[in-house]
Write a protein that binds this ligand. Sequence first.
Ligand SMILES: [Zn+2]
Length: 235
Amino acid sequence: MAEKKEKVERKIVKVEGKKEGAGKLRIAAWILWAVAIVCEVVAFLILNGTIYVPDEKFTMMLLIPLIVDFVLAFIGGQLWKKANDKDPASKKEKFKFFLQNQLGLIMTLVCFVPIIILLLVNKDLEKGTKKIVSIAAIIMLVVCSLFSIDWNPASAEDLAAAEGAAVEFGADTVYWTAFGKSFHYDQDCHTLSRSKTVYEGNISDAFAANRHDPCDHCVPQDVNADADDEGEEAA
Ligand SMILES: [Zn+2]
């Protein structure tokens, strides 16, 4: 059994990301959000009777545009986060940094909060329908929000610092895994030893893959730490 400790058979997959893709992702996210808002409006028009649907189909017909709203807002939020990973915002302007990173959450609120309020204050709606559709919409709001929030956004300064450090240490290629949140300079780093598949690329590829945390073991810490502290001191 002791022999099992030896190196796991490993596959290294080369990744070549493109920074230019960020603009297209953002446009796609905006289009999806726009259509999602149209779906919300359709749900509203069904709710207030502008669009007529027979009573026996009412619950279903009200749920359909909300489900489409959810799917579009959800995908829009993911594309937006992906764009920010590829092309992070500068944290010099705090409000803009917040806005760009959390726009997915803001648009989720836009796509759901108005219709949820209208559902809840509607007095003509049949009780069963009101309960089902309101609960469904609130669940969709919560799920979409949780997935659209960027919990740990990188900044343009983080990327610049990491790129500078990589040049300084001659780390043209960095490594990351499917589940770990760090990037590594050393493909033989012991924290990678259990991973069968390791991805490699340059620093901006690692950031695009949302791996912007320098490994504690194989990446010298001083240079990357600078960018993180700057924001706090300015506050
Ligand atoms: Zn490492």
